[in-house]
Ligand binder design. Sequence first.
Ligand code: PLP
Length: 404
Amino acid sequence: MSPVSGARAVSAPRVYLDNNATTQVAPEVLEEMLPFLKEKFGNPSSAYSFGGNLQKDLERARERTASLFNCHPTEIVFTSCGTESDNFAIRGLVDAYPEKTHVITTKVEHPAVKNQVSYLKKKGLRVTEIGVDRRGNLDLAELKAAIDNETLLVSCMMANNETGVIFPLREICGIAKEHGVFVHTDAVQAIGKLPLDMAELPVDLLAFSGHKFHAPKGVGGLFVRRGLKIRPFLIGGHQERSRRGGTENLASIVGMGKAAELALARLPEEESRVRALRDKLERGILSGIAHSEVNGDPVRRVPNTTNIGIHFIEGEALLLALDKHGICASTGSACASGSLQPSHVLRAMGIPFTCIHGSLRFSLSTYTTDAEVDYVLETLPGIVNRLRELSPFRSLQEIEAFGE
Ligand code: PLP
């Protein structure tokens, strides 16, 4: 039996369950992009029609992207990736309001936010990082207490990339707006997974990235609410209404426009079929593997993600073994400078060390099939049993803690 879905390339893994890392380009997206990589190679800023006519393709992509957020097309600024969008949002606002010197963020942000804020902290900005509880939920009382007269911005992600936990942006906006504080959200992991309506959600800035929703890598965007004062991050030409210099990556922008259209159309499927597959995978793992548990709020989560802590095992070894079976997933510890660095997200949640190192993130997509989930459920328990026999974490004390 081959659980591989028909749309995959020949060299693709048997089962790709790492869609929070990146996604495959949708065939419909690729098809729309190709003319812009071939005959329609002009520069949309050119005065002659061969280039200038491409403006309308650029603006069509902007309209399609804006539809995903129910915002005005002029509120979308195209960028090169989610990281640039997050950097632009934070730095652009901090530079535009030098009289405000305090930014609030959370302990579980992606490095695109975390490291930008750390950089600004070194430059003199005051930063407060709000903590999360054991399920990854934000402490709103802590947020409320942190706001003062110098606070410019609250930057809080919409959904966490590791656990899928959804943050209460509406409440956060309510608290921030009461004090005249701006809100930026990193929505990179929310696109195509949650409905987004900028007419309903009063965030000022929202970052997204094409390659997380079946557009290619190297394109992203920032929603900038109309009228907001923000300094450009990339300073150069007049592109993007002088908000982001640089010749537009038109082929990818067109692709992201199509991907946005697909993401909107596929939201109901994400909510039903993808969620059901995720739940089946999760239930199967929890019932088939002793000492395993879900990391993160089991309810307030995007439908495609599960992060499962498998105690007494080493995640990197687990990933390598899964890789041998053609399964792609992620772990809560990453190899950096020769040592295993436990995830800052799982650490902030207070997950025990032995569980962080054995945590696995599976992230599904519209291309995930039932047969693929069955294959993982058939394969994973055997791998875990073999590795546990060898695990240094499986000390007598730890086993006793579970009453074996
Ligand atoms: N923010 C979040 C929550 C992410 O998951 C990622 C990528 O993993 C990024 C930002 C960065 O996006 P990009 O890879 O497009 O720079």
